[in-house]
Ligand binder design. Structure first.
Ligand code: SAM
Length: 249
């Protein structure tokens, strides 16, 4: 995947490119990441990228000129003059991102992400240049960089070869529509709290069944909105029914 990020703060992305799974994926070129800074496209001596909003009000807005010039340069770098590459603006007003959306976005070969700052960006940039808007939640960040990094990190995890084990992403929460089961590591006994016996049994079938049950129960307890009763198998419904009956006692 070729990813371009339009940002006033490209240095922030070192958190992605220099560390962990995302850092390894960048080094192995599973994803190429480049940056376009609107400040470099500002034409005045001070390299101004912001200005006051018309109509008054607090704060500043990112000006359209340098931002559109940076987006156009990013499009050119994809060699398509922008016809095949989608330009997304990270925005609290965007469609909320979820697992299904990230799975689809991660399949793209090229993608441009635009990060806002200040009170946001001139509305004409959205009208003229932005194909889609994505939000990471119903709250407001100071800039689009952390949102872009969250999305990029989530897309990287889904690139073939990015994780040590191919099944990891499938087994993660949301991969099969449910939350991941509880996990334990050594010691077996921590402050009189023992790891469930089944996990020490070496019985792979029993461990698989236990994990499935715990996954269902965790989802029901923590995120009941994710449970789609009509899509559950008879066996899964029985597990959850037994759990709710036991909890009532
Ligand atoms: N005035 C804007 C509003 O109320 O919709 C908020 C601007 S916010 C302070 C500055 C920038 O942070 C935005 O332009 C956007 O790029 C980014 N941002 C803030 N919250 C976000 C969120 N929940 N998801 C994605 N990006 C966000």
């Amino acid at each position: 995947m070729q990813l371009s990020v339009v940002t006033l703060f490209p240095e922030m992305f070192a958190a992605l490119t220099d560390w962990g799974i995302s850092g390894r994926a960048v080094k192995r070129e599973l994803i190429t990441l480049d940056f376009f800074n609107p400040r470099e496209f500002a034409t005045d001596k001070q390299r101004t990228v912001d200005d006051k909003p018309f109509g008054g009000g607090p704060g500043m807005l990112m000006k359209s000129g340098p931002l559109i010039a940076a987006i156009n340069q990013a499009k050119k770098s994809h060699g398509t003059e922008g016809e095949e590459v989608k330009v997304a603006y990270l925005s609290p007003q965007g469609t909320p991102l979820d697992h299904a959306a990230v799975v689809n976005l991660a399949k793209r070969e090229r993608f441009i992400l635009v990060c806002g700052r200040y009170q946001g960006i001139d509305a004409r940039v959205i009208e003229q240049e932005i194909d889609e808007e994505w939000s990471i939640g119903n709250f407001v960040l100071s800039g689009g960089e952390l949102a872009a990094m969250s999305l990029i990190d989530a897309m990287i995890r889904l690139q073939p070869g990015a994780l040590g084990h191919e099944d990891s992403a499938k087994e993660d929460s949301f991969g099969n529509g449910l939350l991941h089961w509880p996990e334990y590591t050594r010691p077996q006994d921590f402050e009189n709290n023992r790891v469930p016996d089944v996990l020490l049994s070496g019985d792979h079938e029993a461990i698989k069944d236990w994990r499935k049950k715990q996954s269902l129960i965790s989802t029901l307890k923590k995120r009941p909105d994710l449970i789609s009763w009509e899509r559950l198998s008879e066996e899964e419904r029985t597990i959850l029914k037994e759990f709710t009956d036991e909890s009532r006692c």
